[in-house]
Design a protein around this ligand. Structure first.
Ligand code: NI
Length: 167
């Protein structure tokens, strides 16, 4: 297993649209292992393949405190959503930035697991937020794009400044 580099906003590649996975190949299996390790090491509660510059519809999520409830969603599709909720979100691609985003309170998603078997997951609370956030990544959308234009300008300036200071 290896830890993968995570694209940092405002990298254009974060806006690519991910393609469906056709088959669970050895490469896909390795990617899932590497994405999980990358997420746990960061540490984070979710990661989309888009963030490691692989534009396939794969997300990994684990919102448990014990880090032993890994959820792998391949080709996730939103089946139902209800209610509204506002949670403070962060993102491994936008380090140090946290803000509230309005999303559905409860969702049901259909996906394939790591063995390629179809399953449904119904989620609410943090898990629902996290799945919606990661599914957005597959569509090329980063959570800060829900914020006001002014906030987005400030965030981009802050991250660019930090990047300059790092290198
Ligand atoms: Ni994210």
């Amino acid at each position: 297993m290896s830890i993968l580099p995570i694209l940092q906003y405002p990298d254009e590649r974060l806006h690519k649209i991910a393609k469906k996975v056709d088959a669970i190949t050895d490469e896909v299996e390795k990617l899932i292992f590497d994405m999980s390790e990358t997420m746990y090491t960061a540490p984070g509660v979710g990661l989309a393949a888009t963030q490691v510059n692989v534009h396939l519809q794969i997300i990994v999520v684990d919102v448990s405190e014990t880090h032993d409830e890994l959820l792998v969603l391949i080709n996730p599709e939103l089946i139902t959503s209800e209610g509204k909720n506002k949670f403070e979100e962060g993102c491994l691609s936008v380090p140090g930035i946290y803000d509230k985003v309005k999303r559905a309170e409860k969702i049901t998603v259909k996906a394939l697991n790591a063995r390629g078997e179809e399953f449904n997951v119904t989620a609410e609370g943090l898990l629902a937020v996290c799945i919606q956030h990661e599914m957005d990544h597959l569509l090329g959308k980063v959570f800060v794009e829900y914020l006001s234009h002014l906030k987005q300008v400030r965030i981009r300036a802050k991250l660019k400044k930090r990047l300059r200071e790092t290198f």
